[in-house]
Design a protein around this ligand. Structure first.
Ligand code: FAD
Length: 146
């Protein structure tokens, strides 16, 4: 059996493994080896819609996503090329049964500094006039997502 000589072994070549490896290399953490059983980005990473947003369900994820957004914003400076990030905004629609939870979630995200608006169906209609909003009680709109 072949022996691997490395200081740190990262398992998995998705966005998490490659990001960890990149951060370790940037910190000169020694010899870093990344192993991947398939190919790079053959797991969930390759299927991702590549949506970048800060709005999440719990505080921990909101903070991680906010850090990631800062990272993407600094990308061209750090990496030397343009990521071509496109701001599109992101809107989530909720019916009456989920409205209370969505309102509380919007408040939590705003308390964490996320730019997210809680909109009435009328205001939502202004953003997506072709949508059928018959069952929609409120929506959460994050204009800076992309
Ligand atoms: C359809 C879909 C759409 C999504 N859209 C978005 C989006 O728009 N925005 C967003 O932020 N997130 C999105 N996500 C979520 C996001 O893609 C995942 O959270 C993220 O890619 C997870 O990355 P990961 O590196 O943890 O996992 P993975 O990308 O799954 O990477 C894990 C890697 O580890 C390898 N591996 C596993 N076990 C071993 C082993 N024993 N030895 C060697 N290699 C191993 C696997 O082959 C795989 O390549 C989406 C997910 C899906 C499925």
């Amino acid at each position: 059996m072949e022996t691997l000589n490395t200081d740190i072994l990262v398992i998995g070549g998705g966005v998490n493994g490659t990001s960890i490896a990149m951060a370790l290399v940037a910190r000169s953490a020694g010899k870093i080896t990344l192993i991947e059983k398939g190919g790079l980005a053959t797991g969930a990473t390759g299927r991702s819609g590549a949506m970048v947003r800060e709005h999440y369900l719990n505080v921990e994820l909101v903070r991680m996503a906010s850090d990631a957004k800062n990272f993407f914003e600094e990308w061209s400076k750090e990496m030397g090329y343009d990521l071509k990030f496109q701001t599109t905004g992101r809107i989530l629609l909720f019916d009456e049964s989920d409205a209370g939870a969505a309102i509380a979630n919007g408040e939590m995200n705003r308390a964490e500094g996320v730019n997210i608006e809680t909109l009435s169906p009328e205001k939502t209609m202004g953003l997506i006039p072709l949508a059928n909003l018959e069952d929609v009680s409120i929506s959460l709109y994050e204009p800076e997502a992309g």
